[in-house]
Design a protein around this ligand. Structure first.
Ligand code: AP5
Length: 191
């Protein structure tokens, strides 16, 4: 099973990713989590990424694409994977297409979580109080939302045109959303 999980900042991608990936026995690969781990370890990748992340900007495609390529090449991703937060640009879509077709597989589904704008802001402001993530300040949240609207939201139509889009209502309790994702995905035949 090869899946991508999309949605605006605060939609619940990270929250749902591990649950869905566990269900299918595949790794959840979160580009945001990998970047954050590298930032906290002070690696070369983390030093490159931090400046962009703190400003709410996307890390450059060439850096992100190489990181995902290396991660997908690891043995645990051979049976499939769930990508949380990748691709976010058309250049990343093209790169992912190449990575998947090289292995002779196809993308099974692009799941997009839809959540009301007010609820998104409420979730991120709540997290700002409890977790103190560097990019959960008001200005940076606004920039992340703008960038999502400009660069990533158009990809939804692209995946719809390919017939792989699965839209899931991301409002409500976490477990309710998980059940909706399962119900939507279990009907898609595995490649
Ligand atoms: P990333 O970490 O992916 O940030 P994001 O896309 O802004 O998404 P969030 O993590 O804020 O939200 P989410 O949808 O995962 O929701 P979550 O489950 O956390 O990326 C961070 C940065 O890394 C980017 O800004 C960029 O700089 C860089 N980056 C990453 N990928 C990149 C790429 N492909 N290209 C270039 N740069 C890239 O939930 C949010 C909150 O809501 C949590 O507190 C959670 O507990 C809560 N919550 C979740 N579900 C519910 C629910 N149903 N009800 C109530 N609360 C809920």
């Amino acid at each position: 099973m090869r899946l991508i999980l999309m949605g605006p900042p605060g939609a619940g991608k990270g929250t749902q990713a591990t649950k869905v990936a566990d269900h299918f026995g595949i790794p959840a690969i979160s580009t945001g989590d990998i970047f954050r781990a590298n930032v906290s370890q002070g690696t070369e990748l983390g030093i490159k990424a931090k400046h962009y992340m703190d400003a709410g900007e996307y890390v450059p495609d060439e850096v992100t694409n190489l990181m995902v390529r290396n991660r997908i090449d690891e043995p645990d991703a051979a049976p499939g994977f769930l990508l949380d937060g990748y691709p976010r640009t058309t250049a990343q879509v093209e790169e992912l297409d190449g990575m998947i077709s090289f292995t002779g597989h196809k993308l099974d589904a692009a799941v997009v979580l839809t959540v009301d704008a007010d609820e998104l802001v409420a979730r991120l402001l709540q997290r700002a109080q409890t977790e103190g993530r560097a990019d959960d300040t008001e200005d940076v949240i606004r920039r992340r939302q703008e960038l999502y609207t400009k660069e990533t939201e158009p990809l939804i139509e692209l995946y719809r045109s390919r017939g792989v889009l699965v839209e899931v209502d991301g409002m409500g309790e976490v477990d309710e959303v998980t059940e909706r994702v399962f119900a939507a995905l279990d009907i898609i035949p595995e490649s």
